[in-house]
Design a protein around this ligand. Structure first.
Ligand code: ATP
Ligand code: MG
Length: 418
């Protein structure tokens, strides 16, 4: 019979890898707590409408990449293609706007689905860590969100990443910019790809982000948002830079970043690795002052980012980061005979109840093979129970590191290993 395989573009995280994820997740949680951010978990599925309105129907994600289906009640449902829209939906639905501002929220390990061509660093299911800080207009908030990401990379031992920042301005700046951009592009309309031609009227700024070589060539000399900022947006961007300077965070100003989602206003940024190939963006985000209103709330500003956990892991591995090893088994019971096996079963459970990891033979291995297995497990101690030990009511405990042996009464094992 043919074996069933995982859907294309998905990945299993094996036991030999999952401890790395745990380390990353732990570090993220600790860091979020230092910044006062709290976790908000949202469902994997949302009404499709949320992403049409939230992410924007001229974005690649919405136009080409969503996993959308009708459920049995004929509702159009979409698997989360990004984290922010769901967070904002939950924020509004649960009236978190009544809480003191800013609301600092984060999500972790959030399954994210995009129907893309699978390749290195690009999956159909990936996982994102992200933060959303809601309620503040101040440039310190943008800088703090960026700082949180950069601090995370530092804590995880990755120094090689570069921070690229830009401002795409507000609605006001965008009007002036769009006019200038369209004036420049209009002569090239025939040479552009179909998608960009349709973007020309709806959302011309997105053409800057096109991956088609011919479009890239055309936009090389096109105007950039950063030269069309209104006084307020200019001041805000200066403020963000001043905060990053004050915090000693290096960055480059990259006028090419416009981001692939419609909701951004003002600051946008990407954190890029040079070492993991073409899919080098590990983290991307920015300010989105219009999204909350767009999704039915009162106007509230916000800033956040999404970070691809698979790409982060790839960067860490590429940078030779040493992951803390998963904890070893502390005690392995090697038992000989049925009565001894039962004893090992019970004692093992007692140790676990005291928080001491322990293991015994599940495979009916020979006495000798049990020792071999204990070595494979890299157990710190073996506790031997044979006929003599049963009679004496004590196990022979061997420390695997130095080979020393001690006889420890069964009822004292808990204390001994604590
Ligand atoms: P890209 O330019 O690589 O397509 P994007 O602009 O679509 O990225 P975002 O929507 O900003 O990416 O998502 C945030 C982060 O999620 C990215 O920086 C990346 O680390 C990760 N990511 C996005 N799409 C994928 C994917 N298909 N597979 C793995 N990780 C992804
Ligand atoms: Mg993409």
């Amino acid at each position: 019979m043919q074996q069933i395989q995982a859907p294309k573009g998905t990945k299993d995280v094996l036991p030999s890898e999952s401890y790395k994820w745990h380390y990353i997740e732990r570090t993220m949680r600790e860091l979020c707590s230092l910044y006062g951010a709290k976790e908000l978990r949202t469902p994997i599925i949302e009404h499709t409408e949320l992403f049409l309105r939230g992410v924007g129907d001229t974005t690649d994600i919405v136009q080409k990449e969503m996993y959308t289906f009708l459920d049995k009640g004929e509702r159009s449902i979409t698997l989360k293609p990004e984290g922010t829209a769901g967070m904002v939906r939950a924020f509004l639905e649960n009236r978190l706007f009544n809480e003191p501002m800013p609301q600092k929220l984060y999500y972790l390990n959030s399954p994210t689905f995009r129907y893309e061509k699978p390749q290195a660093g690009r999956y159909r299911e990936h996982h994102q860590f992200g933060v959303e800080f809601v309620g503040s207009y101040s440039p310190e908030t943008d800088a703090e969100v960026i700082l949180l990401a950069m601090t995370l990379f530092g804590k995880l031992g990755v120094e090689e990443l570069s921070l690229h920042i830009n401002s795409i301005g507000c609605g006001e700046c965008r009007k002036a910019y769009n006019t200038a951009l369209k004036e420049y592009l209009v002569g090239y309309l025939d040479e552009m790809c179909d998608t960009c031609r349709s973007r020309f009227d709806k959302n011309p700024m997105r053409i800057i982000d096109c991956k088609e070589p011919r479009c890239r060539e055309i936009v090389k000399k096109a105007p950039r948002t950063i030269d069309y900022l209104c006084a307020d947006c200019k001041k805000h961007f200066e403020g963000v830079k001043a905060c990053l300077d004050a915090a000693g965070v290096p960055y480059v100003i990259d006028p090419d970043i416009v981001r692939g989602l419609d909701y951004y206003t003002g600051t946008v940024f990407e954190v890029i690795s040079q070492r993991i190939g073409a899919q080098g963006a590990v983290c991307a985000g920015g300010r989105y002052n219009g999204l909350i209103e767009e999704l039915g709330g009162s106007p509230l500003p916000a800033v956040g980012f999404g970070l691809g956990m698979e790409r982060l892991l790839a960067v860490m591995e590429n940078n030779g980061v040493e992951f803390p090893k998963p904890p070893q088994v502390k005690v392995y019971f090697a038992a000989n005979g049925d009565e001894a096996r039962l004893k090992a079963f019970v004692l093992s459970q007692q140790l676990r109840q005291r928080g001491i990891s322990s293991e015994f033979d599940h495979m009916e291995r020979s006495f000798k093979a049990q020792f071999k297995y204990a070595n494979k497990l890299d157990a710190q101690y073996t506790a031997v129970i044979g006929d003599d030990e049963l009679a004496a009511g004590a196990a022979k405990v061997k420390c695997m590191a130095d080979g020393s042996e001690e006889t420890v009464p069964f009822d004292k094992l808990g204390e001994y290993f604590s």
